[in-house]
Design a protein around this ligand. Structure first.
Ligand SMILES: Cc1cc2nc3c(=O)[nH]c(=O)nc-3n(C[C@H](O)[C@H](O)[C@H](O)COP(=O)(O)OP(=O)(O)OC[C@H]3O[C@@H](n4cnc5c(N)ncnc54)[C@H](O)[C@@H]3O)c2cc1C
Length: 68
């Protein structure tokens, strides 16, 4: 479905598993290979956008990491 929508939009499609995202000025840098001003996070439960910019690490009272 998403491929169909992207093809209709007529934009280039790159398949790439994102490992690292960082900010650089007004840009997002993905794995030192891609650069963009706007980034949409749609990676499901392991979304790297969520992981990098929105997830707050939670620790329990005993200091162990919780599953989120
Ligand atoms: C077994 C099962 C049954 C389900 N049944 C139902 C149901 O009956 N009804 C219902 O409403 N929901 C159901 N769900 C939930 C539903 O699948 C999800 O809510 C929905 O798919 C979420 O859509 P999404 O686009 O956010 O993420 P996803 O569909 O998970 O898509 C995420 C995409 O991001 C890609 N991606 C992930 N990490 C990276 C990365 N680092 N770099 C590049 N790409 C990446 C993945 O390859 C994937 O293509 C079910 C889920 C499971 C596991």
């Amino acid at each position: 479905m998403i491929e169909w929508l992207l093809k209709r939009a007529g934009v280039p499609i790159h398949h790439h598993e994102v490992k690292n995202i960082r900010r650089d000025g007004g840009y997002y840098i993905l794995d030192e290979q891609y650069r963009c001003r706007y980034l949409v996070g749609a990676g499901g439960t392991n979304c790297p956008v969520y992981r990098s910019f929105f997830r707050q690490e939670q620790t329990s009272v005993s200091g162990q990491n919780n599953m989120i």
